[in-house]
Design a protein around this ligand. Structure first.
Ligand code: FES
Ligand SMILES: [Fe+2]
Length: 351
């Protein structure tokens, strides 16, 4: 059984990924076709012709409609058949499933559960990507592992000191958390909030952090997770002891959308407060992508292989202190999945 949460907004692609061309992407183990109508409105439908199951994305655009390349059925953006070469008028019972979509924060969000529940107000807030004094660049990764491994990876940043020791994590004198580092993680409703604070850092910042160089500073990151796999990450620095009112010098979104049960699309828009010239985007995105593809991605593929489809918690993993946020997230996901399967109601009825 898949472990996908159905009733949620997922990122299908970045806004710039779609236009006139037919764009295909597998999401929640379903083939999805995305494109923009001539007025720019995004459209998402099942990428499977209901006749002999050709990929509609291999067909052609005719105005706002899509014609199947195999035997010529044509469908409108609402999924209804608009032309059949074999009928005088298009039969009302031939249609393709469509999915609600919303364009927001530079991303196309899709709802693949019960369409009646697809409230655009539930699209997670990623307004930090459009903050006035920041510039955002888009990164899309994939990894060969279950989507929850992405939550585990991003909610336990101690892996920076080990997995990334020779790339982004190798900035400490000795491997491991710095002396005095403070970590907190707590459940806040359906969200998990965690913070890692390193006070009185004397090493120069790896990137410009809004502070004059040469002074010690406090550095911390706030992570806000919500189900299924939606993380907002805010990185701050302030003069020592003056953390109140700080604004982040870098923010990131980390959003996972299952491709299949064992592969995942990972969208990571990064907003930076320095080097805001878009011409610098390529340098920054390829920097992050090279690290992920060489270090995190292969690690998650290894873990997936070891798990072989089993549930992580059922394998009784060792739990370390810094696993708190990841464990809270896994518990939240388990609770939502059980509710979607109707298990909560069954459990309550049995009490
Ligand atoms: S498969 Fe599409 S018209 Fe036959
Ligand atoms: Fe990492």
């Amino acid at each position: 059984m898949s472990n996908f949460i159905r009733n949620a907004w997922y990122v299908a692609c970045y806004a710039e990924d779609i236009g006139e061309a037919l764009f295909a992407r597998r999401l929640l183990d379903e083939p999805v076709l995305l494109y923009r109508k001539e007025d720019g409105t995004p459209v998402a439908m099942l990428d499977r012709c209901p006749h002999r199951f050709a990929y509609l994305s291999k067909g052609r655009r005719i105005g706002d409609e899509v014609e199947c390349i195999y035997h010529g059925l044509r469908f409108g953006a609402d999924g209804g058949c608009t032309r059949s070469p074999y009928h005088e008028s298009p039969p009302a019972n031939i249609a393709v499933a469509t999915f609600p979509v919303v364009e927001r924060w530079g991303m196309i969000w899709i709802w693949m559960g019960d369409a009646a529940l697809a409230d655009p107000d539930l699209v997670p807030d990623h307004s930090h990507l459009e903050a006035e004094d920041m510039h955002t660049a888009h990164i899309h990764y994939t990894f060969q592992g279950n989507w929850q491994l992405g939550n585990d990876n991003l909610l336990d940043l101690t892996h920076l000191f080990w997995l990334h020791a020779n790339s982004i994590g190798g900035y400490k004198d000795e491997a491991g958390p710095a002396p005095g580092e403070v970590y907190t993680a707590k459940q806040v409703g359906d969200e998990v909030h965690s913070t890692t604070l390193t006070p009185n850092v004397t090493k120069p910042s790896a990137v410009p952090n809004r502070l004059p160089e040469g002074e010690p500073y406090d550095q911390w990151n706030d992570t806000i997770w919500r189900a299924p796999a939606d993380i907002r990450f805010f990185i701050h620095a302030s003069p020592v002891g003056q953390r109140e009112g700080s604004i982040p010098y870098m923010t990131q979104s980390h959003i996972m959308t299952p491709e299949t049960a064992t592969s995942t699309h990972y969208y990571s828009p990064v907003a930076r407060s320095w080097d805001k010239d878009p011409a610098k985007d390529e340098g920054w995105t390829s920097f992050f992508k090279a690290i992920f593809d060489a270090e995190d991605g292969p690690m998650m593929a290894d873990v997936e292989e070891q798990m072989a489809g089993r549930d992580l918690m059922e394998m009784r993993p060792v739990v370390l202190p810094r696993d708190r946020a990841a464990i809270l997230a896994r518990r939240t996901v388990a609770r939502i999945l059980a509710a979607e399967r109707g298990e909560t109601e069954i459990a309550e009825a049995a009490e």
